[in-house]
Design a protein around this ligand. Sequence first.
Ligand code: ZN
Length: 544
Amino acid sequence: MFRSRLRAAALVLSLPLAAFAIAGTPASAIPPPSPGDGAQSTEEGPLDNNGVLAADPSQVPKPNRVSTAAAASLANCPPAPYGTQSVAPGSGKTVALTFDDGPGPSTLPIINVLQKYGVPGTFFNIGVNQAVFSTTVRGEAGFGLVLGNHTWDHPNMTTLSLADQGVQMDETTAEQMSLVNEPTCIFRPPYGSYNADTLTAAYQRHLAVWMWSVDTEDWKANGSSDPYWVNRIITRAEAGSSQQHPVILMHNQANPNPATVAALPTIIEYYRNLGYTFVDLHGGTGYGAAHPAAAKTASGVHLFARGTDGAVWERTRNNGVWTLWSSLGGTIYASPTAVATGPTETTVFVQGLDNRIWTRTVSDSGALTAWGSLDLPPILTSSPSATLGADGTLSLVVRGTDGAVWLTQRTGGQWSGWQSLGGSITIGPAITATGTNGLTLTALAADTSLLERHFADGAWSSWQSLGGGISAEPALTATVGDTGVVSLVRGNDNGGWFKVANPSTGPWTGWQPVGGLLISGFAALTEGTKLTNVSGWGSWYRVG
Ligand SMILES: [Zn+2]
């Protein structure tokens, strides 16, 4: 399985050349549908809602709806144009993969495929399904996927008044805010059916209305994985290569979509080989694959990674020789974190499918403890990050359901309750111990710059911005020098960047490039004053 990932990484490397090669090819974008006043209807999903909703809407409690004026999306989303869009953002040739009607049972299998190739996706979720599959929504947030609004219970919007259409949007936004504290800034009307009131209601809420330009009609497979449907979906998706910026419509509804999952690798490889860049509907190239984690014990450097089967995999490098990957099992969201908890013992922590922290310990002899979960509320909307202090305290941070950083610490074998460290972050956090009892943590702000906060001399600093434009979960490692910290990130150019600080005595340096072309963030280890191991998915692995 990891072999195939490495092949994908090699393909990533070839992208700039391919993009360069097609730069001179004129291609015209398909114009978006007219936003006109009349109702428009095309096919998006089963017309009778069969298999779309995960529950009877009358049985699903509704969130406290945000008012139009106070809508979280209005406060946090940039103004959206009036009308609809269906041209994937970005320059060159770009393609957007979009998945409607989720979350559902096929959401995680779809995410696994996206992670394998390090490509982003946009998920237009239904409020009812978010309420039923709330842990999946938190998992989507942990992967940094773009989440869109697809109404509360999938009505034909043209049958509703302006006010009721607004209610459909606001309830879904409120549900998502309650689950992951992220506003949704994009909207897609069920069945692609909208009228002037839909456009007005979305415009008032700063919701950009996104249609599509390529319809795979994957929902017609109706739960079948028959090759007929797989091939039909592939053929219809590939027809979008006549466009420079196709937006491809697929589904992850309550009724499973195994044919969609099966078709997806072929579709991704097809567009990648044609030199397309994959983008989400915010124009980002995504936070890529889950990053690896690293820890060093007597037997060498241990790398942990999320496999494309969703399990945790481990390999060890000793005397310059890597073992093969072996599975530690489990099914996780986002990235693992690992800590050397003894001279010959490594402990791995992950975000479980229940949004709790799960952990197991690996000894150098190969002995494994059973997976166990920490007895703490399931607030995770990110990967965990853990570090071991010089005094033996384990510190672990996550992004909570409120978007803030939350900390738990283990001393004397007991984990503390969650403690909020505040902040408003989108991706991360990363934490590392410094000196005798210091801590430094970083995370991404909404504008993709890096935020930092540290604990030194018994007190937490305030949050400060370290700038930058970052496109993956950040990594941190200590120590360069005595209480020094290295921050390693994947920049918006998909290359590696770092900066260094001694948080208790001095400022951070500027950003310095380390090159590479990555589909994930990093894991990093230091030894004394040297950075000894940096790894990330993509083209790149280095020991220095
Ligand atoms: Zn739909």
